[in-house]
Design a protein around this ligand. Structure first.
Ligand code: ATP
Length: 293
C-alpha cells in the first residue's frame, strides 16, 4: 500500500495559495515532511486526513480515492492534529474508551482489551485513572498517539508532534513512533530537522506550498557533501558575507556568529565541514525565503 499525491493545489478564500501542485509518493515506513511555519504542511495533512477540500489534484491511498471516498479513508486513518485538545476532567482510560466506541468498536470487553493494550504501548497504563488535565505535554502527545492507533490504521498522520516537548519526552515519543512505522505509512510533519534525521528513511521539504526536495535523507545530504563551509565572523560582517557567498545559515557559538556557506569551489579562510540534513533544509529554504537571522 502506498499514498500517491498528484498535483494537489489549494487556495484559501483569503487568496493564500497554500498548496501549489504538490506531488509525492509515500511508501510504508516513516516519511518526514519538513517545512518552515506557513509552508503548507498542515494544509496538506488536513487534506490527506479528509478534513478539508483541495481545489484540484488527486490523493490515492492504495485503491481508495482519498478526496472522494472519505468515509472509507477515515476507517483506516489515524490522525494526531497539531492542536490536540483533551477534556481535562476525564481520565485517559475513559476518554480512550469513548473514542474507541466512536470509532465503531462496539463490544465492551474487546474495547477494554484494546484500550488497555494501547495505554500500555504508549506507556500511560500506570496513569490511566488520572485526568487528562494533569498530563504533561509529552503525556498528552502519547495519549494522542494512542487514539490515533485505535482501529489499526494503515495511514497515520502526526502534525508537529514534538513541538514543546522536553528532550526526554521527545526521545520517548521518537521511540514510540519508530515502533509504529514498521508496517504502516506514517507521515511526520514537522519543522524540526532532527526529528526527521532520527526517524525517517524517506522525506520531502516543502516551502511556500511547493515540494522543493524529496528522497532519502542520506542521499540528499550526499548531494551537498564536500560543499559546505563554515566560518566564525562578527555579526556586523554578515551583510558582506551574504553579498559575496551563498550563506545558508547562521548560528551563535559562544556569543560569536558562525556562518555556513555552500560552495562548489574551495574557499580560503573557511573550514570545510561535514554536511548534514539541516544544511540541506536551510539551503533549500534560504534560497526561497531568505536567511533566518
Ligand atoms: N483556514 C485558512 N484560511 C486562510 N489561510 C490559511 C488557512 N489555513 C492556513 N492558511 C495559510 O496557508 C498557508 C499555509 O499554512 P499551513 O498551516 O498549511 O502551513 P504549515 O506549514 O502547517 O505552518 P505551521 O507550521 O505554522 O502550521 C499559511 O500562509 C497560512 O497562513
Amino acid at each position: 500500500m502506498k499514498l500517491t499525491i498528484q498535483d494537489l493545489s489549494k487556495t484559501y478564500s483569503n487568496g493564500v495559495h497554500a498548496l501549489k501542485g504538490v506531488s509525492l509518493t509515500i511508501n510504508q515506513g516513516m516519511f518526514g515532511l519538513l517545512g518552515p511555519n506557513g509552508a503548507g504542511k498542515s494544509s496538506l495533512m488536513r487534506t490527506i486526513a479528509t478534513l478539508q477540500e483541495a481545489d484540484s489534484g488527486s490523493v490515492m491511498l492504495g485503491d481508495l480515492d482519498v478526496l472522494r471516498q472519505k468515509e472509507e479513508v477515515r476507517k483506516v486513518l489515524g490522525y494526531l492534529p497539531q492542536e490536540f485538545g483533551v477534556y481535562p476532567r476525564v481520565t485517559a482510560e475513559t476518554m480512550l474508551d469513548h473514542i474507541a466506541s466512536l470509532k465503531g468498536i462496539q463490544n465492551a470487553k474487546q474495547r477494554k482489551e484494546i484500550v488497555e493494550g494501547l495505554l500500555q504501548k504508549v506507556n500511560l497504563f500506570q496513569v490511566r485513572k488520572k485526568n487528562l488535565g494533569t498530563f504533561s505535554g509529552g503525556m498528552k502527545q502519547r495519549f494522542g498517539i494512542a487514539q490515533a492507533l485505535l482501529g489499526n490504521p494503515k495511514l497515520i498522520i502526526v502534525d508537529e508532534p514534538t513541538a514543546g516537548l522536553d528532550p526526554a519526552e521527545r526521545n520517548r515519543f521518537h521511540n514510540l513512533l519508530s515502533e509504529i512505522g514498521e508496517n504502516t505509512i506514517v507521515i511526520l510533519s514537522t519543522h524540526i530537522v532532527e526529528d526527521v534525521t532520527n526517524l525517517c528513511s524517506d522525506m520531502a521539504i516543502i516551502c511556500l506550498g511547493e515540494v522543493v526536495a524529496q528522497g532519502n535523507p542520506n542521499d540528499l545530504v550526499k548531494e551537498i557533501s564536500g560543499k559546505v563551509w563554515k566560518k566564525m565572523i562578527d555579526k556586523a560582517e554578515l551583510e558582506h558575507y551574504q553579498a559575496n557567498y551563498e550563506v545558508i545559515s547562521t548560528s551563535l557559538k559562544m556569543g560569536k556568529t558562525q556562518i555556513r556557506v555552500i560552495s562548489e569551489e574551495p574557499l580560503s579562510n573557511f573550514e570545510l565541514t561535514t554536511a548534514d540534513l539541516e544544511d540541506v533544509y536551510f539551503s533549500e529554504i534560504t534560497k526561497r525565503v531568505g536567511l533566518a537571522v
